[in-house]
Design a protein. Structure first.
Length: 257
């Protein structure tokens, strides 16, 4: 039995496509009743989707009934097929592709074995089980971003900083990589500071204000670069919208300039 293809409109696109794509890939067929190639491609998409039942979902959007969706996703010709994962378009094509090409398209957007292992690691509440999943993912794909980030965080949390840093070196710099690198720098600084130091205490109790106050005073007293860098690392760990980040970024700027 084939899986029924759901018709999606502007009112439920966010739920049925964007949100759903965080659970599994969603392939959207933008079509219209008057479009001959759409009628040719539709059954092909359905057969291929059926062969991946449970791993991917196929939905249809009538562009005549939902022109704003077509405009939003820059549909200039139909049939237009777009695949969504984690809320974003990860693959697309226009035209009535032959079945073999459609199969290749579906294969390209489906989660790999490494993807599944990394997801299992991220969802596990057991650190040892999570580590095994991340390491198996990296055996399949040494550059897998989610597996590297997940394993690096586990290693940093238990103090294996050298391996965590080596793993992060495989990835291009982005916000997540910077945050983990900053976390590692702070753990190393806390080790050097020793028990009782505000920086060391913050790593244990999560209260960063005393550490930021101490570092700010060091900046004012002239030990600028080292203290400034530690404050920047704390900002990375807390995130740009955290109240302490906003407060102490302003104070740091005033102290420096």
């Amino acid at each position: 039995m084939s899986v029924p293809v759901k018709d999606v409109a502007e009112t439920d696109f966010a739920t049925e496509v964007i949100q759903r794509s965080y659970e599994r890939p969603v392939v959207v067929d933008f079509w219209a009743a008057w479009c001959g190639p759409c009628r040719t491609l539709g059954p092909v998409l359905e057969r291929v989707a059926d062969s991946h039942a449970g791993d991917v979902e196929l939905v249809k959007v009538d562009v005549d009934a939902n022109p704003r969706l077509a405009d939003a996703f820059q549909v200039r010709g139909i049939p237009a097929v777009k695949a969504f994962r984690n809320g974003a378009v990860v693959g697309e094509f226009v035209g009535a592709y032959p079945e073999e090409a459609v199969k290749q398209f579906f294969t390209s957007i489906l989660p790999t074995g490494a993807d599944r292992l990394a997801a299992a690691g991220a969802s596990s509440n057991d650190p040892e089980e999570a580590e095994r999943s991340f390491r198996r993912a990296l055996e399949d794909d040494p550059g897998h971003r989610e597996a590297i980030l997940g394993l690096s965080e586990l290693l940093a949390d238990r103090g294996d900083l050298e391996e965590a840093s080596a793993l992060l070196a495989r990835l291009p710099e982005d916000a997540d990589v910077r945050r983990l690198k900053a976390e590692i720098e702070l753990i190393e600084a806390a080790r050097e500071a020793g028990p009782g130091d505000p920086l060391s205490a913050a790593g244990q109790n999560g209260d960063w204000r005393p550490a930021l106050e101490q570092l700010l005073e060091e900046v004012r007293e002239g030990d600028r670069e080292d203290a400034r860098q530690k404050m920047v690392d704390i900002f990375e760990v807390l995130g740009p919208e955290h109240e302490l980040t906003r407060e102490y970024r302003t104070k740091l700027a005033a102290a420096l300039f």
